[in-house]
Each structure stands twice: as C-alpha cells, then as structure tokens.
Design a binder for this molecule. Structure first.
Ligand SMILES: *[C@@H]1O[C@H](CO)[C@@H](O)[C@H](O)[C@H]1NC(C)=O
Ligand SMILES: *[C@@H]1O[C@H](CO)[C@@H](O)[C@H](O)[C@H]1NC(C)=O
Length: 192
C-alpha cells in the first residue's frame, strides 16, 4: 500500500517537473515582447557549440520579437575566438572586461577578405564593425575572460564563415540561424 502511494506521488511529481520544463522552454521564446525589467544573471546562457563561449541574448529577434536591433552579452574564455565571419548588418560592441584582439579586413577587396588589420581590445573600448567587413574577435589573454555587449542591426543575423582570410567571399559558408534557433518561427530569406 505504502509502495503504490509512493509510486503515485512519484509520477505526479515527475509530470509536474515535465510540465514546468515545458513552460520554461516556451517562456524563453517570449515573442510577444520583452518583459520591462529583467535580471541578466537569470537569463539563459549557451555556448551554441562554440568552445569557450557564453552567449546570452539580452534582446533578440527570434527570442523576443525585436524588429530593428538585437543585443548580446558574450564572454570568451581565455584563448577562445569567433570564427572569421561577415554579416550584412551593423555591429557595435562595448568591452566590459578583459583584453584581446580584433582582426578586421575591409570589404573593399572584392575577391576575399585578405590580410586583416589588428586592433587591441581593452576594457571600456568600443568598436563598430562596418557592414560586410570580415572580422574575428580573439581572447588572446591566457588568464582572463573577455566580456562584451554587442548590438547588431537587422536581426536575426546571417553569418558567413571563412576558414581563413583568403577564402573567396563566394565560398564563405552561411550559418543561419546562428542563435536562438529554438524560437525561430519563419526564417527570413537571405538578402546578400
Ligand atoms: C539577480 O539574479 C542573481 C542570480 O539569481 C541574484 O543573485 C541577484 O540577487 C538578483 N538581483 C536582484 C536585484 O534581484
Ligand atoms: C571603465 O569605465 C568605468 C566608468 O567610467 C570606470 O569606472 C572604470 O574604471 C573603467 N575601467 C577601466 C579598466 O578603464
């Protein structure tokens, strides 16, 4: 008797857990809009398959129905980096802590990105990435995380990835969606 009561209790408990897990997943895709105030420490983070990355979509297109801009908080562990990539949207990022290197190739070279310029990333520095310029952010510091707040226009971002700086633009690989694919309803057609 006691045994079956326990089993009943267990199955109620597990269906409650399952129910709340479903709610949690659904509520991450609050496409009806952003809550007015949120605590960043409580937002979900994910590395989206990229080693050493912590990505938080603070305000997103797929996630929250943002139309014009998207805001990310990203932390790069020592030694980690973005791929070499470009996108046809504007990007501004603000460095909250850590140091590193930004590699930036002007899109004026028609065939491939070419040898990039190097810029030091330091705390409180800010950068804007010109539309379609191939770039890479590297945390070259062996001890410290690099953390930044990034803002992009025209979300969701469509990222073209290069294996190196001399891969032709036409051979760069489109990765879309890049983030928040669980909430993406209808992928927009690519415009580049
Ligand atoms: C924000 O969330 C963190 C982690 O849950 C918590 O420690 C902190 O107290 C929260 N801040 C406020 C003002 O509620
Ligand atoms: C960054 O800016 C803030 C605000 O002006 C300042 O308090 C802080 O010391 C700065 N940090 C560095 C490393 O310059």
């Amino acid at each position: 008797m006691a045994g079956s009561g326990c089993l009943l209790y267990f199955s109620i408990l597990s269906s409650l857990l399952l129910f709340s897990a479903t709610i949690t997943e659904a509520s991450q895709c609050a496409i009806s809009g952003l809550p007015f105030v949120r605590n960043i420490s409580e937002l979900p983070q994910d590395n989206h398959g990229r080693g050493g990355l912590s990505h938080i979509t603070i305000a997103g297109s797929a996630l929250h129905g943002m139309k014009e801009v998207e805001v990310w908080l990203q932390t790069f562990a020592p030694g980690s980096r973005t791929p070499i990539h470009r996108h046809s949207c504007e990007e501004v990022f603000v460095v909250l802590k850590g140091t590193g290197t930004l590699y930036l190739a002007s899109s004026s070279h028609v065939k491939y990105p070419g040898t990039p310029q190097e810029f030091s990333i330091f705390p409180n520095s800010t950068f804007h990435i010109p539309v379609n310029d191939a770039h890479q952010i590297v945390n070259s510091n062996e001890r410290e995380d690099l953390q930044m707040l990034a803002v992009i226009s025209r979300p969701p971002v469509k990222v073209f990835i290069y294996d190196d700086w001399f891969v032709p633009h036409t051979a760069a690989k489109l990765k879309f969606p890049y983030w928040d694919e669980q909430c993406l309803q209808s992928p927009q057609k690519d415009e580049l």
